[in-house]
Design a protein around this ligand. Structure first.
Ligand code: TYD
Length: 202
């Protein structure tokens, strides 16, 4: 049996990625594929407990980064790798690119530390496809303010998100075969059409 594919969704808070996960999962299911949707930090019982801490407790930047990767290690072992091995497709709302963008870009942890953790936690696995939902900061901020109570990351200033967005775009430029950057200021119909175009190539 062939293994499944691993698709990740990325973007700054308010970029709209979560809205599109259901659409992509449904399209793949229509092809008869078994699709698992999950998220980071989280995706396992332990990971969800770490998520609570990460989103609400103040902590040292390196503690935050290590907990992100600890949750990821568990996620890979318990959910992602077994599902892919069974031939299922896995869609994750965020993965390691988020650590490069938020802890690296936003909070300025040196990228070589992130590369060392990436190499430790998943030396042989990268997403097959990463969809980066990209929007200007003002658009993202307006969406966030309109929708919810903000967590520890979402309360950060414009400067933080500018650096986070820039780090995401830098990752996309570094790994052009894996990344597709989606202009997330466009209408739902236009974004769906673009997603269909991308899915047709898989
Ligand atoms: P998010 O996908 O925004 O969840 P929700 O849509 O429910 O708010 O993820 C939660 C936050 O975690 C988000 O602000 C980004 C942050 N994050 C990191 O800082 N580093 C990481 O490695 C990951 C996976 C997430």
């Amino acid at each position: 049996m062939t293994t499944g594919q691993f698709i990740t969704f990325e973007g700054i808070d308010g970029a709209g990625k979560s809205t599109h996960i259901g659409f992509v999962a449904e399209r793949l299911r229509q092809r008869g594929l078994t699709v698992v949707t999950t998220r980071e930090p989280g995706g396992t019982a332990l990971g969800e407990r770490l998520r609570e801490l990460l989103l609400h407790e103040k902590m040292h930047l390196e503690t935050e980064t290590l907990l992100m990767f600890a949750a990821r290690r568990e996620h890979l072992a318990q959910l992602i790798e077994p599902a892919l091995a069974r031939g299922e497709w896995v869609i994750s709302d965020r993965f390691t690119d988020a650590s490069f963008a938020y802890q690296g870009g936003g909070r300025k942890l040196p990228f070589d530390k992130l590369r060392a953790l990436e190499q430790w936690v998943h030396p042989h696995l990268q997403p097959d496809l990463t969809l980066l939902f990209d929007v200007p900061l003002e658009v993202a901020r307006a969406r966030l303010d309109a929708t919810r109570d903000l967590d520890r990351f979402e309360q950060e200033k414009a400067e933080f998100f500018a650096a986070t967005r820039a780090a995401y775009l830098q990752r996309a430029a570094e790994f052009p075969t894996r990344f597709r950057v989606i202009d997330s200021t466009r209408s739902l119909e236009q974004t769906h059409a673009r997603l269909d175009e991308i899915l047709a190539t898989l």
